[in-house]
Design a binder for this molecule. Structure first.
Ligand code: SAM
Length: 249
């Protein structure tokens, strides 16, 4: 049977397509795309002509069955989403799991993903992160989800839409307190790329100071609380403590 390639595409700057992604997109029989119009724009930019099939969150299983048949008949398929890495807050996981179930080879072709780009440029020294993705649209549900993340000991990464970024950050300040540090990573790899870290207490004013700061695509990175006298220790201190305890008679 054929191979299912899971192909990352740019999150803004088209130069971020990888050489391998271009080779794979040129070579496959079919490109399975979240939005065929969007992807045909990308392919034509790179002078690639290819048969496109739609696989989006509303038809992933049904379209998946057709793609599995093609794969079983020996065709190769490249799965792409509108931007970044498929399966990361994007469709893809259903088709990929269907392929694994019937023994079809799945090959990742890695590249851009907003979560990794944001983390790489945020300069958050403490190790580890939890990728949350999108928060619920409704305020009540959003605050409940945030409360569930209050004890997180690692950076929590969110994706957010421009029309909700102000409300979400206000809810974060309510739930986590104004001293907690936030990094706002906006329009990564694009003309108006902005990466700004500040305490949650100041984030509302910062966004309000310039309407442009509320536009575009956002990754929000919430730092963990600094362990002080709350009994929580960071990983390094914990390790040292364990080693010392082990020495005790
Ligand atoms: N699969 C994609 C990835 O690997 O990053 C994510 C797709 S998700 C539907 C789209 C969200 O990702 C946006 O709402 C935004 O939160 C984030 N995002 C995508 N591109 C971005 C960019 N250039 N700058 C900042 N955030 C971005």
């Amino acid at each position: 049977s054929g191979t299912l390639y899971v192909v990352a595409t740019p999150i803004g700057n088209l130069q971020d397509i990888t050489l391998r992604a271009l080779d794979v997109l040129k070579a496959v029989d079919v490109v399975a795309a979240e939005d065929t119009r969007h992807t045909s724009g990308l392919l034509s930019h790179f002078a690639i002509q290819k048969k496109l099939l739609a696989v989006h969150e509303h038809n992933e299983r049904k379209a998946g069955e057709q793609l599995i048949q093609r794969l079983q008949a020996g065709e190769s398929v490249a799965l792409v989403s509108d931007a970044g890495t498929p399966g990361i807050s994007d469709p893809g996981a259903v088709l990929v799991s269907m392929a694994h179930e019937v023994g079809i080879k799945v090959v990742p072709v890695p590249g851009a993903s907003a979560v990794i780009a944001a983390l790489s440029a945020a300069g958050i020294v403490r190790p580890g992160f939890h990728f949350h993705g999108f928060l619920p649209a409704s305020g009540g549900q959003r605050r409940a989800v945030l409360q569930g993340l209050e004890e997180a000991r690692v950076t929590v990464v969110f994706y957010e839409a421009p029309h909700r970024v102000v409300a979400s950050i206000a809810d974060m300040a309510t739930v986590f307190g104004g001293e907690r540090m936030l990094t706002i990573a906006r329009e990564l790899t694009k003309t108006f790329e902005t990466i700004h870290s500040l305490p949650l207490a100041d984030a509302g004013d910062w966004l309000a100071a310039d309407a442009n700061r509320q536009r575009g695509e956002f990754v929000l990175l919430l730092e963990p609380a600094v362990a002080q006298d709350d009994g929580l220790l960071d990983a390094e201190s914990e390790k040292v403590l364990r080693l010392l305890l082990a020495e005790l008679p």
